[in-house]
Design a protein around this ligand. Sequence first.
Ligand SMILES: C[S@@+](CC[C@H](N)C(=O)[O-])C[C@H]1O[C@@H](n2cnc3c(N)ncnc32)[C@H](O)[C@@H]1O
Length: 425
Amino acid sequence: MTGFRAEVTIESIGRRGDGVAAVTGGVVHVPATAPGDRVRVALTEAGPGRFRGRLLSLLEAGPDRREPPCRHFGDCGGCALQHLAAEAYDAWKMGMLRSLLARNGLEGTTVEPLHASPPGSRRRATFAIRRRRDDAIVGFSERHSHRVVDLAACPVVLPEIAALIEPLRAWAAAALTTGDRADAHVAMTDSGIDLLVRTAARLGGAGRDALVDLLARENLARVARAHPKQDGAEVLAEARPVRAVYGGFPVALAPGAFAQATADGEAALTGFAVEAAEGAASAFDLFCGSGAFALPLAGRGCSVSAADIDKAAIANLGAAVRRAGLAKLHAEPRNLMRRPVPARELAEADFVVFDPPRAGAKAQAAEIAAAGVPVVVAVSCDPGTFMRDARILADGGYRLTRLRPVDQFLWSPHLELAARFDFAG
Ligand SMILES: C[S@@+](CC[C@H](N)C(=O)[O-])C[C@H]1O[C@@H](n2cnc3c(N)ncnc32)[C@H](O)[C@@H]1O
């Protein structure tokens, strides 16, 4: 069927944000299309009864289509849904959430309206850098491809981050040699921009000096480099200590440290957890990172046990705790997938918050399920693994009572969730 062309009408939008239409022999997923669009597509087979469609021409626009705000939309794989009118976009994200809840027997909870982070507010991005023969390109990968789209602008990230695209391109053209690749992790922190360049390329003295020059020229807080296959990073220059402030307490951040994708998203998630922990005397913060939940909870007088696999984040959290004199916060490095905190320890607490990576926290959720903690908050960046872990809690006697969807990943198919569970016995 490869090379097959067809005219189809898009009926819905699938989980990955592509338009879905019926074709002879199955369904086709077509990026950058909206329900009601009549389109001409080139199809390639993607599995039994499944085709991937490449949009050849838009014959007639559906009612929810609008002009995408970014000139790179359609080529760049960073966004999937810029072409949807705002109401249709919100309705799609909420519809996806409701159907997942229903499919997992978790309906009947209070679902808050979508909390949306605005354009230009994403505070971290990883740009792919490629040094070609005559120039260098900086951008994000195309969909379903490793080809990098050379970006002139990005309306999703903070303007200060978008403003670094051109200086990074100039750096790569001067410092790398043909065929070299690098990733630039750019994060806006409380101290300003933290830049971590990860590359296997040999950076000579001039390449490193050119990175250090970026610090002064672009008013960055810190510049570091790392090898993709090695842990840790080498700080090349630091204008000021790089830190986040959680619950009013400053905490140092290592290069590349995790932070929630937007500042208002972080506030929506931590606000939800702090409200749910009202009155708790003791709590666990599992997958705590640098303490975005643990520090605000401890600041309210709650005794907190925090754990995360990231040793640097735990060391920095420990230092922040000592500096602030928060005797009741204890943080330990721990692999919670292999060695979850057991139910018998969790059972001592009034409150648990857990915020795992995209893979979810199956083993830890089973321990929480067995512990019968009065209130649990699950924070998740993956609705699929969230549903699996939520089901484990529900089967252990918890009721999902409140859900806050947070759209930190604007125009992508991703959705962040904060969910409250009450132990019903
Ligand atoms: C989504 S982040 C949440 C961090 C923190 N709660 C925050 O809001 O900043 C997920 C965290 O899980 C941690 N993590 C990943 N795998 C882990 C594992 N196997 N055991 C413990 N922590 C892990 C990461 O280091 C990261 O800090």
